[in-house]
Design a protein around this ligand. Structure first.
Ligand code: ZN
Length: 203
């Protein structure tokens, strides 16, 4: 037990060092941020530890409102995700919603498998549906090409799902300056790519 506590102590040490370095660079940073948050971006990304929202776009705390789940899926019955979306759109009034997938996504790969994973299967079903509705695009492809394509198609499907929520539809009706973007991140080189699936009120 002792060694476990010791290993977690490392995280507290890291935290103290980080807070001190932020203070040194900008002594007002935490007091300014503690008053309110006004992020312009809602990031909906994968829970994968290699895809941390703020770090990828090199933004400090306070700049990105974040929701992450396995394979960055937006389901119309997911109260967690929809609550985040509603808060971001109606209270924070974010201007951009970014759905960010990533190549080599374990959740997407699991959805391509016939193996059963238990409680996760209900979640993966949404990704299987994306695969099924685009079946002809996968013909003749190698496994890794199929995986990459499904990672991209899944992002595009989620852009569509977000755009079809009553939250976003209502916001657009009220004239909100809000657009939705589909991006994909390459964990092999750290580079983000826009999948050109932008949606806004005018579309
Ligand atoms: Zn993933």
């Amino acid at each position: 037990m002792y060694w476990k506590l010791e290993s977690l102590k490392y995280l507290f040490d890291q935290n103290l060092a980080w807070a001190a370095s932020v203070n040194e660079e900008d002594p007002e940073f935490f007091s300014r941020l503690s008053k309110q948050q006004a992020p312009k971006y809602l990031w909906i990304g994968c829970s994968d530890s290699r895809v941390p929202a703020n770090q990828i776009v090199n933004l400090p705390p306070g700049e990105v409102f974040v929701h992450r789940n396995i394979a960055n899926v937006v389901v119309h019955t997911d109260l967690n995700c929809l609550s985040v979306l509603q808060f971001a759109v109606e209270i924070l009034k974010v201007e951009h919603i970014i759905i960010c997938g990533h190549y080599g996504c374990g959740g997407i790969e699991a959805a391509m498998d016939v193996k059963e994973y238990g409680i996760m299967d209900g979640w993966l079903r949404h990704i299987k549906d994306v695969w099924r509705s685009n079946a002809e695009k996968f013909e003749g492809l190698q496994h890794h090409e199929k995986l990459n394509l499904l990672c991209e198609l899944n992002v595009k499907a989620q852009v569509s799902n977000v755009g079809n929520t009553s939250i976003v539809q209502q916001a657009w009706k009220k004239g909100a300056n809000l657009s939705i973007h589909g991006w994909i991140y390459n964990i092999r080189n750290g580079i983000l790519q826009d999948l050109n699936t932008r949606r806004s009120a005018a579309d």
